[in-house]
Design a protein. Structure first.
Lengths: 205, 342
């Protein structure tokens, strides 16, 4: 597998292009990561959109300034999330408040590791049982997936779209859309199984 | 029960569970458009601040040049347009393959992406180091080089491919678009009888003959190494030099009619699965105009709009007309700008 075939490889290439002044790459970077990072921040900012906006803006400004230093030690999204956490801490300190005590599920180190492991490694985690946490985990899992995977899963299973509609949205043929769905299911299942130590189906037994 | 059947049942059960899980959790929250627009504008500004500032150098250069031009003795003899040399000679577009017999192994350099007039090399032909391109009076050819750089060969031109990033212009005129990236591993070099022309990430045209060369720059900067001196031409300038003379500089807008031949040889843009913003950027770049949106939200909407289909061989502005007709976007041309509006 070549470097460009992996998520890290694609992240490295994108970072290089953004740092190199490629406007198209900057837009791809923003389109890919802003919505995910905003939701990440919103969950940690007490659902305060103004605070999430401030933190995400600070985070992304830092990242584009440091983009030349990205070497692919972690996924680009992981890097963004780490900086976002630091910025959120800084904002809370400025306002004389502590971070929320109820840390979101994907701030748990084990969960983070499992989310990243969707692209490959095994992990046996602590389990989380709460329904709201489960919902939060499912949405965070979607955000860690490549955008086209998450979109395909949402369209199929939440909105009930046909494969043809998904293909149209993704700008691919029907066969390719089926393939994306298949890989998306596998990636989601893998992340889920790593965390819960069981198949999704086992929850509904 | 067979293994296949058992597997099918497991997959169906798993699929149903996945659906239930996702429906239980609900869709991810969408990001409000106004927040996205504000963050985009600020982050983009931060990103642009990280890019090397060419303006400072450009300002100094122009100041020095103005001073030099005021003191230089004007020359009255005009050089003959070299691209006129071939007009009377060649009728058909001709490609003479691999003239250099001692080339050890062919090095693929370019792909033909568009042919105008009589078409000797077909579209998609591969050209190699050592190939010579000769275009007739009514012909032209567009090549795609490595890194997606574009090289367009005007009518009445003789061009030899020396290497992957080096060409020799014996007569006529070529146009290079080496992309808008600021950092590149190497520049494109075009050798002429009057010296080597090297680009610094730009769009430019070179016309050359035995005793004259001219350079027109739409974007970026081009250096001509001539008699141990680098003559620099920057965006919006046309430089003409005769043997034994001094450079004559004039203004040339990036959307001037001078560039029409370049637009005629545009390689086109495959819109399938591309965003509207990328397509509009291409059209603006091809026509030498600035792309302007009424506001940031409109720009983001263009970024989120994916295109499908084809614009065929339409000229860039015709393609814009055709594509925007299928969207909620409108546009107007304001001299040097393409303005996108609701």
């Amino acid at each position: 597998m070549s470097d460009g075939d992996t998520q890290i490889g694609r992240d490295r290439a994108l970072a290089r292009e953004v740092a190199g002044g490629d406007a198209g790459a900057f837009d791809r970077f923003f389109r890919e990561y802003f919505p995910r990072l905003f939701r990440f921040a919103l969950a940690r900012a007490g659902d305060d959109p103004a605070l999430a906006e401030e933190v995400v803006q600070r985070t992304m400004c830092i990242v584009v300034r440091k983009m030349h230093s990205y070497r692919g030690e972690a996924l680009l999204f992981t890097w963004l999330c780490q900086i976002c956490r630091n910025e959120l801490n800084a904002v809370y300190r400025q306002h004389g408040a502590d971070l929320r005590a109820d840390v979101p599920i994907d701030d748990h180190p084990a969960v983070q590791a499992a989310l990243e492991s969707m692209i490959g490694e095994d992990f046996r985690p602590d389990s989380v049982r709460h329904r709201e946490e489960l919902a939060g985990f499912v949405r965070a899992t979607l955000d860690y997936l490549p955008d086209n995977y998450a979109t395909a899963l949402e369209m199929k299973y939440i909105h009930g779209c046909t494969v043809a509609e998904i293909a149209h949205r993704l700008g691919v043929g029907d066969k390719a859309a089926e393939s994306v769905l298949s890989r998306a299911r596998a990636a989601f299942r893998e992340g889920f199984r790593s965390l819960w130590d069981r198949e999704p189906a086992a929850l509904f037994d | 029960m067979t293994d296949d059947k058992r597997q099918d049942e497991t997959t169906q059960r798993d699929d149903a569970a996945l659906a239930e899980l996702l429906r239980f959790s609900g869709p991810r929250k969408p990001v409000p458009d106004d927040i996205e627009a504000r963050v985009y504008a600020r982050v983009r500004e931060a990103w642009q601040e990280t890019l090397p500032a060419e303006d400072g150098e450009g300002r100094v250069y122009h100041a020095v040049r103005r001073e030099w031009q005021q003191n230089a003795k004007p020359r009255h003899r005009r050089w003959a347009a070299p691209f006129a040399l071939a007009a009377s000679v060649l009728v058909a577009l001709a490609l003479v393959l691999r003239q250099a017999p001692d080339v050890p192994a062919p090095v693929a350099v370019a792909t033909v992406v568009r042919v105008a007039g009589d078409a000797a090399p077909a579209v998609d032909s591969i050209l190699y180091a050592g190939d010579r391109i000769e275009t007739g009076a009514d012909a032209g050819i567009t090549l795609r080089l490595a890194d997606a750089e574009s090289l367009r060969v005007d009518a009445g031109t003789t061009l030899v491919i020396v290497d992957r990033n080096r060409f020799r212009l014996d007569a006529g005129r070529v146009y290079a678009d080496t992309g808008d990236r600021i950092y590149r591993d190497r520049g494109l070099v075009i050798d002429t009888a009057m010296g080597a022309v090297t680009d610094v990430g730009t769009q430019f045209a070179v016309a050359a003959g035995v005793d004259a060369v001219s350079i027109a720059v739409r974007e970026g900067r081009v250096d001509l190494a001539h008699d141990s001196v680098d003559i620099v031409t920057v965006a919006g300038e046309h430089m003409a030099l005769e043997r034994g003379g001094v450079p004559q500089i004039s203004r040339l807008a990036p959307h001037d009619a001078y560039w029409d031949w370049v637009v005629d040889l545009s390689p086109g843009f495959d819109i399938e699965n591309q965003s509207l913003l990328d397509f509009l950027r291409w059209a603006a770049r091809e026509t030498g105009r600035e792309l302007v949106f009424e506001d940031t939200e409109l720009r983001l909407a263009a970024m989120r709009t994916d295109l499908h289909g084809s614009t065929g061989d339409l000229a860039p502005l015709d393609a814009v007309e055709s594509v925007l007709a299928t969207t909620r976007f409108h546009y107007r041309i304001e001299d040097a700008r393409i303005v996108i509006e609701r």
